[in-house]
Design a protein around this ligand. Structure first.
Ligand SMILES: Nc1ncnc2c1ncn2[C@@H]1O[C@H](COP(=O)(O)OP(=O)(O)OP(=O)(O)O)[C@@H](O)[C@H]1O
Ligand SMILES: [Mg+2]
Length: 238
């Protein structure tokens, strides 16, 4: 399989705090990969390092064969990566439709992939179509998560990075999001999902990396993790 995203031995700091301490992983084209780990192990820092918000000081990250470490975030996005950040940050005063239209218009200059029409995003998230004229701040938490996910989709990314997309969602909305991500996977989109919710990762991932103290502790599969209580306890505390 062709690696889409390849991370080789990255080291990332916040000031003097040494967070990622030699992390390596690979996501193959078309794969859904989950990174699981407890609070504070560095999952968001990993995402921030990939996108370039908090660049790694050592190591190399490549996407589709080209080095992206060292590029500014907008240049990274231009290559076809999209981010669904933790905590679903939205522009509260914009409506659903304005949010998606702006996301489409503000795709990184130089993108070679055609944008999605907003209607296609509504086909994936019919509930957003119903709420298209509503201001984002009045959406429920689950609807806001749909909106940030849809906002990532309209740029038609080749790789979507999702940082704890199920945080704060009801079980019903988790199921709904799971269905959407599975559809994207079936459409060939590559997904890297950072999560604490183990059941979500088990349901979606082709492969799983368990993270501990700024490193990958272990690469595993949903089948293996499902059957191994000791492993779940050691790395996830569940
Ligand atoms: N801006 C920052 N400045 C200094 N330290 C930071 C900063 N952001 C995060 N950290 C620290 O880096 C470590 C890793 O944080 P990170 O947000 O990557 O963890 P996480 O695995 O995403 O956790 P969670 O599951 O709670 O989202 C933590 O100890 C955190 O306190
Ligand atoms: Mg985090």
């Amino acid at each position: 399989m062709m690696p889409a995203l390849q991370i080789d031995d990255i080291h990332t700091y916040y000031g003097d705090s040494y967070i990622l301490q030699g992390l390596s992983l690979t996501v193959n084209a078309g794969e859904t990969v989950a990174v699981l780990g407890r609070n504070g192990v560095g999952k968001t820092t990993l995402i921030r390092s990939i996108v370039g918000f908090t660049p790694a000081t050592r190591g190399r990250i490549s996407y589709a064969g080209d080095t992206i470490s060292g590029l500014a975030p907008d240049k990274v996005m231009q290559r076809g990566l999209a981010l669904v950040p933790q905590g679903r940050r939205i522009f509260r005063s914009l409506t659903v439709e304005e949010t998606l239209t702006i996301a489409m218009r503000e795709r990184p200059a130089g993108s070679t992939r055609p944008a999605w029409p907003v209607e296609r995003a509504y086909d994936v998230f019919p509930r957003l179509r119903e709420r298209r004229t509503q201001r984002s701040e009045t959406l429920s938490g689950g609807e806001q998560q749909m909106l940030v996910t849809a906002r990532a989709l309209v740029s038609n990314p080749g790789l979507i990075l999702l940082d704890e997309p199920t945080e704060g969602l009801s079980p019903r909305l988790v199921k709904e999001l799971q269905g959407v991500l599975r559809t994207l996977h079936d459409d060939g989109v590559t997904l890297l999902i950072v999560e604490q919710r183990i059941s979500f990762a088990l349901a979606l991932a082709d492969r799983i990396y368990l993270m501990d103290k700024g490193k990958v502790a272990l690469e595993t599969t949903p089948e293996q993790l499902r059957g191994d209580t000791e492993l779940r306890h050691r790395y996830l505390g569940v």
